[in-house]
Design a protein around this ligand. Structure first.
Ligand code: ARG
Length: 424
């Protein structure tokens, strides 16, 4: 026992003699769990961890400490976006997508990973990529080959034949079947296993039709409750969380009953769906900025006329559903569906979340501690606390009084390393 503690002591000493110390002095830091503002603040980072968060006082610093002064800036935990498609290009929609290879998508992903990081998003969940391109990207970032956020990757989305997560662009003579298509409970289980085999950390599936898919009814359920239960059971058995794309009320309810961890989009809500979500603790991830891009730029980008028509029905209703869900106290995370709109613009959704019913603090919580909790990472990420990993951003001004400052991030630190510095 004594021997072991001596060993760990000497390990600690040798570790700390190599430790990089970074000190941030800023106007303020927000404790996203409580809304408390620490003002002025000093944060000390040793290697990749936060070791001190305190009101600025004279503290003894090791001589090799690197100090960054951030006057006028507020510090926040690195942001999370729970719904992105890094390998998708917002200018390439509809039939234009058929001319894209997975290899080309992957390179797009490298660019978009960098843009997401520059926008302050140090963690993203990628929900749907062909060819496991998101997994390759995640691994390249983790290996330090290219810059980008921490990626929780789903691989191909699961869905029914002809559903939102299939591809219905061509006729039967030239048919394309999306990689994640599986029909029936056992086929669905097998597909979950396959995704895990090739490196998925989460499972995404389509519970209803969608806006951007050809020939699907946005409100109509797709997988049956049986299939959803099998899918969720299999994923949970293996320790993965599940995200369900669902616009229509019945599909939303079935997904919640099946035990999904988050529902995406959540456009058509009723009281029963809200109370089911509250009962089960299900998270809602609602992309309420998306509609502005689709209706504004979508046609140029190749979005089909039928999709534009669907969006005109979905967009406004989804925003009212968002207001209801927030009011009822459903667990909310930040999910943008970036990829449909340009990566790097993720932060534009914050002001819409406030406009449609959240307090500024709630919007920040959705993109930090709530998302970290959904991913079961709240022990190491999601708030500025001693002992957590040093994913930290700085924004100019105070997001608690003007949330639009979240659209322009001045400093991004990921895992203790300065990745972006726009202060200079
Ligand atoms: N990927 C989603 C779909 O095709 C986008 C929905 C966008 N619309 C919205 N109002 N959030 O269904």
């Amino acid at each position: 026992m004594l021997k072991r503690s001596l060993l760990s002591l000497s390990l600690m000493m040798s570790f700390s003699s190599f430790a990089q110390t970074l000190v941030l002095n800023a106007d303020a830091a927000i404790d996203v769990k409580t809304g408390t503002v620490i003002k002025p603040v000093t944060i000390v980072i040793e290697d990749n961890r936060i070791t001190t968060v305190s009101k600025t006082t004279k503290i003894a610093l090791p001589p090799h400490a690197k100090v960054i002064d951030l006057p006028g800036q507020t510090l926040l935990p690195g942001l999370f976006d729970m719904h992105v498609h890094l390998t998708a290009d917002a200018n390439v929609h509809g039939y234009k997508r058929l001319a894209r290879t997975t290899q080309r998508d992957t390179i797009t992903g490298v660019m978009n990973a960098k843009r997401s990081l520059e926008a302050g998003f140090t963690s993203v969940r990628n929900l749907g990529a062909e060819g496991y391109a998101d997994i390759a990207l995640r691994d390249a970032i983790n290996d330090g080959d290219v810059p980008g956020p921490r990626i929780t990757a789903s691989g191909p989305s699961l869905g029914i034949t002809g559903g939102h997560c299939d591809n219905n662009m061509l006729t039967h003579e030239h048919s394309i079947v999306a990689e994640g298509v599986a029909d029936g409970p056992w086929a669905v289980r097998a597909k979950v296993r396959e995704n895990i085999k090739f490196g998925a950390d989460a499972i995404k599936y389509c519970a209803t039709g969608g806006v951007l898919s050809k020939g699907t009814k946005v409100g109509a359920q797709q997988y049956t409750l049986d299939e959803m239960q099998a899918l969720v059971d299999e994923a949970h058995l293996r320790g993965l969380t599940v995200a369900a794309h669902a616009h229509g009320t019945e599909g939303i309810k079935s997904a919640i009953k099946a035990g999904v961890d988050s529902v995406e989009h959540v456009s058509f809500l009723d009281d029963e769906a809200i109370s089911l979500a509250k009962q089960k603790g299900t998270y809602f991830s609602m992309d309420i900025y998306n509609t502005e891009y689709i209706l504004g730029e979508g046609e140029k980008a190749g979005i089909l006329q039928e999709s534009l028509d669907k969006e005109r029905i979905v967009g406004g209703t989804q925003r009212e559903s968002f207001r209801r869900a927030v009011k009822a106290g459903v667990n909310m995370v930040f999910g943008s569906d970036a990829g449909v709109y340009p990566h790097g613009d993720n932060g534009k959704q914050f002001s819409r979340m406030v406009k449609f019913g959240m307090t500024e603090l709630q919007a920040l919580q959705a993109a930090t501690i709530n998302s970290a909790t959904l991913l079961k990472q709240a022990d190491k990420l999601g708030s500025l606390e001693e002992g957590k990993l040093a994913d930290i951003i700085a924004v100019k001004g105070n997001p608690l009084s003007d949330i639009s400052v979240m659209e322009q991030v001045s400093l991004v630190i990921k895992n203790g390393k300065v990745e972006v510095n726009n202060l200079k």
